[in-house]
Write a protein that binds this ligand. Structure first.
Ligand code: ADP
Ligand code: ASP
Ligand code: MG
Length: 441
């Protein structure tokens, strides 16, 4: 029989009614045996996610030695969920909450505190579904560099889950090399789901959220964008890394290694087909030349120009050594014969260190010209075979020029499925809309 691992996001589990809906979805297909859950998310716009409330608890407990005021909100949220589910007569959430509050205060760890949203929610969902709760701390491990430890985790997950008909597992966290709770970055339950799917060699990884699939661009920028029916892992990686945050950008790696397809499904419209994400070798491009558009704001582009740079041995190494010494990662490095640009997240310069970086770079490589562009947004237009198609680039650049958008940087890079443009932050939404209009209307 086929085996599906399902991950439900915070929006799908925000209150008791939603948890009932999720229970029906799981029970409606016997292949859906292993369920990975997020912490309760927002119930309405302006609501606060449980994970954000937990970071407040950590702050309060650090400042005052206890977190009783902030934890009271967590307490009320879970009491109301358990009440809505009609479980208050047999499920003692009060006891679990008391223990959790005490542990948050005694452990004094941001990661431990943040992880409790998934922990508590998985306890509730497991009780509602009548399935065993399996704690992520016992099956998901990080190595001493803080990276996910495949060799240790996969056999343990497989061994534990093999014995169960079904189980509920909290997402977002595991145990580090010292035995402490450690979380993935925000949105990381998607990664936990992918890890579990790979460990049990699932036939499908279903990721249930609040949209009916991966859309061609952010629905907060373009109203009702087209839904992508099928997309390759490669395209998904490019889009999610560039800000299409339906799925955590790193969640692709475990399932990709196991050739396990992902399906994005809508908890609130389970009848909708969703988006199927396939390993590149199983994917056949059809339909639109452009698959999707995504982007991010707040980059700084450092532009270096030096005649004969291309024949100067060690030029790029010297530039990159300066970044390495300062602990700066760069996103892109488009280059020409005499030019090299570094695209870096502006957060590195929030402390006012940009001028000193420019000075250090000047000393290291003595460029003819060095200059930084700030407040730059990057927009990626993604699709297999697209960047090698001259007509596509021409259409893209014409659409931007017709919309009056000044292109500050182009990176067609080495990825043949992606064209990235750098534009002013203020032009970001306009740029996404212009590209969408050109390729999708
Ligand atoms: P979950 O709580 O299920 O983890 P997320 O909030 O992490 O859900 O992700 C789903 C949200 O991602 C959607 O509600 C939507 O607003 C946003 N989003 C951004 N870009 C896209 C896109 N290209 N396609 C679909 N949704 C997108
Ligand atoms: N609850 C965590 C967050 O809000 C993880 C997740 O939802 O995937 O980031
Ligand atoms: Mg998410």
């Amino acid at each position: 029989m086929s085996l599906t691992v399902c991950k439900f996001g915070g929006s799908s589990l925000a209150d008791g009614n939603n948890i009932t809906r999720v229970t029906e979805i799981v029970k409606s297909d016997p292949a859906r045996r292993f369920v990975v859950v997020s912490a309760p998310g927002k119930r309405y716009s302006g609501d606060i996610k449980v994970t954000d409330m937990l970071y407040e608890c950590y702050k309060e407990s650090k400042e005052k030695g206890n977190c009783s005021a902030a934890f009271e909100k967590i307490r009320r949220r879970f009491y109301s969920i358990v009440e809505e589910l009609g479980m208050d007569t047999f499920f003692d959430i009060g006891k679990i909450l008391d223990e959790t509050e005490r542990e948050i205060e005694s452990r004094k760890s941001a990661d431990f505190t943040a992880s409790r949203g998934e922990y508590l929610n998985a306890r509730v969902v497991a009780a509602k579904m009548g399935l065993p709760f399996i704690d992520a701390k016992d099956i998901i491990f990080f190595d001493k560099n803080g990276q996910f430890d495949e060799a240790r985790s996969y056999p343990l997950i497989a061994e534990k889950l093999e014995k169960c008909e079904g189980a509920v597992i909290p997402g977002f966290y595991g145990t580090d090399a010292e035995g402490n709770i450690k979380t993935f970055s925000r949105g990381g339950s998607d990664i936990s789901g992918s890890i579990v799917a790979r460990a049990v060699n699932a036939d499908l990884y279903e990721n249930w959220t609040d949209v009916s699939g991966f859309l061609a661009c952010d629905p907060r920028i373009v109203e009702h964008p087209q839904k992508i029916e099928i997309i390759s892992f490669k395209e998904l990686r490019e889009l999610s890394y560039m800000g299409a945050n339906v799925l955590h950008a790193d969640s692709i790696f475990p399932v990709r290694k196991g050739d396990i397809p992902i399906k994005i499904k809508n908890t609130f419209r389970p009848e909708d087909a969703g988006t199927l994400i396939l390993p590149s070798k199983k994917y056949v491009k059809h339909g639109n030349i452009v698959t999707g558009i995504a982007g991010k704001k707040d980059f700084t582009v450092i532009y270096l120009e030096k005649s004969m740079m291309n024949s100067e041995i060690g030029f790029a190494r010297k530039v990159l050594s300066v970044l390495e010494r300062r602990g700066i990662c760069f996103e892109h490095m488009p280059s020409g014969i005499d030019t090299l640009s570094l695209v870096i997240e502006s957060k590195y310069f929030a402390d006012g260190s940009l001028d000193s970086l420019l000075k250090e770079l000047s000393e290291a490589v003595q460029p003819d010209y060095i200059h930084a562009l700030e407040n730059i947004a990057l927009v990626a237009t993604v699709g297999h075979g697209m960047a090698s198609n001259i007509g596509t680039s021409a259409r893209l650049f014409k659409a931007l020029s017709d919309a009056g958008i000044n292109i500050r940087m182009i990176d067609q890079g080495s990825s043949e499925i992606n064209i990235i443009v750098g534009i002013d932050n203020d032009d970001y939404e306009k740029c996404v809309r212009a590209i969408y209009r050109e390729f999708f209307s």
